[in-house]
Write a protein that binds this ligand. Structure first.
Ligand code: ATP
Length: 335
């Protein structure tokens, strides 16, 4: 018999949503069964587990967490590249998960992704012009001459000379390739850009340039952005608010400044302390997200210096914090 899913805490009724958001994610989940086992949820990986947040118009929302915490899975579910196991996504007040077939193909242009690796995400056989023009051809069916003009415009918008349109990706540096990826992502004038670790494969020297480009494009085109990163210092530069993920769950969500000035969750504190030169005292071992099924209690209890029996027995839900953010910690009020 497949084992039943263990009881999960209900999300707080007043989960961190906004008055008139562009995107609203509620109780989102993605569970993967472990290979060779019965498909009982308890036996699988809870890659994402009951995540709720919203992104406002022209807001940049950061999702931060260690490798394996579920960041990319959330981004890919919002972009409709993979289907959730549960939960709801509303985009512009519409049921985003109800879209299928032609309607999905038509609507998904509103949400576009910039991927981590500018090496893997660009087909080496294609010319830059074809890479950037591809969404224009398939979604808008623009005639060739208009496509050429539009490609030139897009290359300029990302700081590239339109004369490079005839070259192939291998003729560019990593930073330039990421610019090409950004040009392709904005070609259809999306309303939400999902940037999944867009600078982590790049040399440190070019990371700042790409972040500045994303910031400029976001402001000029009045986009909203979901910015995914394992690096809190990068998130601090770009994001208005930040959600901290641990083991598939949001453990803290707050305006960026508040999160950095007064982190509430012990995991957020550990992440901040791990930033070189942060001057923060380390409270626990460097944070790494454990693989496998979450324990019944708080997933962070095993490495949390503040954990008590309560933390090991029941998972805390995300609750509003008097300081203005949201935190999922039984002891947030005491520590
Ligand atoms: N197709 C899949 N089948 C099984 N497990 C998966 C699959 N995709 C992701 N996972 C698991 O889901 C969890 C979350 O993965 P995800 O890639 O979303 O994390 P992440 O925070 O983006 O990490 P990274 O930065 O390393 O990509 C991980 O434990 C991962 O192994």
């Amino acid at each position: 018999m497949p084992s039943p899913a263990p009881a999960r805490p209900e999300p707080a009724a007043d989960a961190p949503l906004l008055a008139a958001p562009l995107l609203e994610v509620q109780d989102l989940a993605k569970h993967y069964p472990l290979p060779g086992r019965w498909f009982g949820m308890a036996a699988g990986v809870r890659a994402v587990d009951g995540v709720s947040f919203a992104i406002g118009r022209q807001e940049t929302f950061g999702l931060v967490g260690e490798s394996g915490s579920g960041k990319s899975t959330i981004g890919r579910m919002i972009a409709r590249l993979i289907d959730p196991s549960g939960g709801r996504i509303r985009f512009q007040d519409r049921d985003w998960l109800a879209l299928s077939g032609a309607a999905l193909r038509r609507e998904r242009r509103r949400v576009q992704m910039v991927f981590q690796s500018p090496y893997a995400s660009l087909d080496p056989r294609w010319r830059v012009a074809d890479i950037v023009a591809e969404p224009l051809r398939t979604h808008l069916r623009l005639p060739a001459a208009e496509r050429r003009d539009r490609v030139a415009e897009l290359l300029q918008a990302v700081g590239l000379d339109p004369a490079v349109a005839d070259r192939h990706p291998h003729q560019f540096s990593g930073g330039q390739r990421q610019r090409i990826g950004i040009a392709r992502a904005i070609a259809l004038e999306p309303e939400l850009l999902i940037a999944d670790e867009p600078v982590s494969a790049l040399d440190v020297s070019v990371q700042a340039q790409i972040l500045a480009l994303l910031q400029e494009i976001k402001a000029r085109r009045r986009l909203s952005m979901l910015f995914i990163s394992h690096d809190l210092s990068v998130v601090a530069y770009l994001c208005d608010r930040v959600g901290v993920l641990y083991h598939g769950r949001l453990v803290e969500l707050a305006p960026t400044r508040a999160l950095f000035d007064a982190p509430r969750h012990p995991y957020t504190r550990a992440l901040l302390a791990a930033i070189p030169g942060s001057g923060r005292r380390r409270e626990a071992a460097p944070p790494t997200a454990p693989a496998g099924a979450a324990p019944e209690g708080c997933a962070y209890a095993g490495r949390c210096p503040h954990a008590r029996d309560l933390c090991r027995g029941a998972a805390p839900s995300l609750r509003p914090d008097p300081a203005g953010g949201w935190v999922a910690c039984h002891r947030a009020g005491e520590i």
